[in-house]
Write a protein that binds this ligand. Structure first.
Ligand SMILES: Nc1ncnc2c1ncn2[C@@H]1O[C@H](COP(=O)(O)OP(=O)(O)OP(=O)(O)O)[C@@H](O)[C@H]1O
Length: 475
């Protein structure tokens, strides 16, 4: 440990890197105070960006991570700096630009201080033992909310102490709520921590098919070796064991073999063990030996956070109001929520229109019950600006060139036509008085049908903005 010193000692200028030694000490302090899973998930990918304006700036991958580490670890990091002699430590978190992120390799973590269950070995980048796992389903990509925090905590505990914390871990919940994601997250974590451990992920359906084939082809020894020699067995949709006597029998022995050898088992299901009909009593009771935890439907804020993380991962800049609209539309299944986001982004880019609430509602209206979306003045402004290749500020600004005046008049005309706002309200929005709006409306009305370009623009914009409302009214 270095001798305590002020955080900013030796630092000149507005921004300076704190030395790697100090950063290593900060990480060392943090690591003593949190679990290995938390450390690997949140601190290994963090980037020391130096001190700016007296605050240590740390780079994180996305805004979800930013919010999470701020809430969970800011005080701990400030303590770490205080421990190193900083008098008034401050820490801020910054989302790293995508390109920079790609170039950042996780900082080599400092060697952990001796302690139970700590592994000093640095895992290889892509261990072989996780090839059946979906690379996206990691703890880092899992948004924690009130609906899933218990399941998440249990999964973290199991990842930290496989075979010891809760065995089996039984996760249940409705379709598309993240059961598979959490199971894989444990698998990834374990694969990184212990590259030599064997991890097997299998759906109950594949397990059954494997068994049928093994029986038919006289390969039962091979089948048993496969499933009974693993360190972590993840079995999805265990409710499908119901009514399959031979599979239940075989699974019973697999379970016992693993359990007796302290190997970790994680099961997922759409219902708790007691509700799985025609499941043998001895299996049901075994499923209840460890911990049973459920995942509920996410509430609004969690849905928005999931969408935000998805948007950032695909490097799409999506306005908050659009994310909120989607989150209001899809309320239970997260797979559908993600599908809705993809649909909205594709729709906007295929039609070459800027993403707005109105566009999003339109993109989703064929698939989901249409949502009531009132066209707002800002929707008209954005759409009109995009149509004419101008910025919203130019339209609202004081420019008097025809290229700006005509679009401004079109925007005022459409606001008057499509929203319920009064002339003075529209005037205020555009920074003009009501008589200017009145003039714009009569000017555009007069030109309609005469000026071909202007008529086409008004019709295209009205179509873009109005269709959703019409569809909602069933016209
Ligand atoms: N909390 C979460 N944070 C981020 N993404 C999530 C979260 N929960 C679910 N997802 C995403 O939602 C999708 C569906 O999740 P998953 O396949 O794990 O659901 P499931 O409960 O196993 O569904 P099924 O019952 O159909 O097997 C995945 O793309 C997953 O990454």
């Amino acid at each position: 440990m270095l001798a305590p010193r002020p955080l900013s000692s030796g630092i000149r200028g507005r921004c300076a890197l704190i030395t790697q030694e100090i950063w290593a000490d900060v990480l060392g302090y943090v690591r003593q105070n949190i679990s290995e899973v938390e450390y690997k998930t949140w601190f290994a990918p963090m980037k020391n960006m130096g001190v700016q304006g007296g605050s240590l700036v740390l780079g994180v991958r996305n805004s979800f991570a930013q919010e999470y580490v701020r809430r969970q670890y800011q005080l701990l990091l400030e303590d770490a700096l205080r421990d190193l002699g900083a008098e008034n430590p401050q820490v801020t978190f910054q989302v790293l630009p995508a390109v920079q992120e790609a170039m950042i390799l996780p900082e080599d973590p400092p060697p952990p201080r001796p302690g139970p269950g700590r592994s000093a070995a640095r895992p290889p980048a892509a261990p072989e033992n996780r090839k059946t796992l979906n690379p996206k389903y990691t703890f880092e990509n899992f948004v924690v909310g009130p609906n899933n925090n218990l399941a998440h905590a249990a999964a973290l505990a199991v990842a930290e102490s496989p075979g010891k914390a809760y065995n089996p871990l039984f996760i249940y919940g409705d379709v598309g709520l993240g059961k598979t994601h959490l199971m894989h997250a444990v698998g990834h974590y374990m694969a990184e921590q212990f590259p030599d451990k064997r991890i097997e992920y299998v759906s109950t359906e594949s397990f059954t098919n494997d068994l049928i084939n093994a029986i038919r082809e006289d390969r039962m020894t091979q089948f048993r070796n496969r499933y009974r020699s693993v360190d972590l067995l993840l079995v999805d949709d265990i409710q499908f064991l119901a009514g399959k006597e031979r599979t239940q029998e075989e699974f019973f022995h697999t379970f016992n073999a693993l359990y007796e050898n302290h190997k970790q088992i994680i099961l997922s299901s759409d219902r708790p063990p007691k509700d799985i009909q025609t499941l043998e009593g001895r299996l049901r009771s075994r499923f209840e030996w460890g911990l049973i935890t459920d995942i509920q439907s996410p509430e609004f804020e969690t849905r928005v956070a999931i969408l935000k993380m998805n948007a950032e991962q695909s490097h799409a800049a999506i306005p908050q109001e659009v994310l909120e609209l989607i989150a209001r539309q899809v309320t239970s299944n997260i797979r559908e929520l993600e599908g809705a986001l993809v649909r909205v982004v594709a729709y906007a880019s295929l039609n070459n229109v800027p993403l707005s609430r109105v566009v999003a509602a339109k993109a989703l209206s064929n698939v989901f019950a249409p949502q009531e979306v009132k066209v707002e003045m800002s929707d008209v402004l954005k759409a009109t600006a995009a149509h004419f290749g101008l910025s919203a500020d130019q339209i609202r600004g004081s420019g008097r060139a025809r290229e700006v005046v005509v679009p401004r008049q079109v925007a005022m005309y459409l606001v008057r036509d499509l929203t319920g706002h009064s002339l003075p309200e529209i005037g205020q929005f555009f920074g003009r008085d009501h008589s200017t709006v009145m003039h714009a409306v009569s000017k555009v009305t007069e030109q309609m049908g005469k000026d071909v370009e202007l008529t086409a623009a008004v019709q295209a914009l009205r179509g873009q903005l109005k269709d959703v409302e019409d569809e909602q009214k069933g016209t």
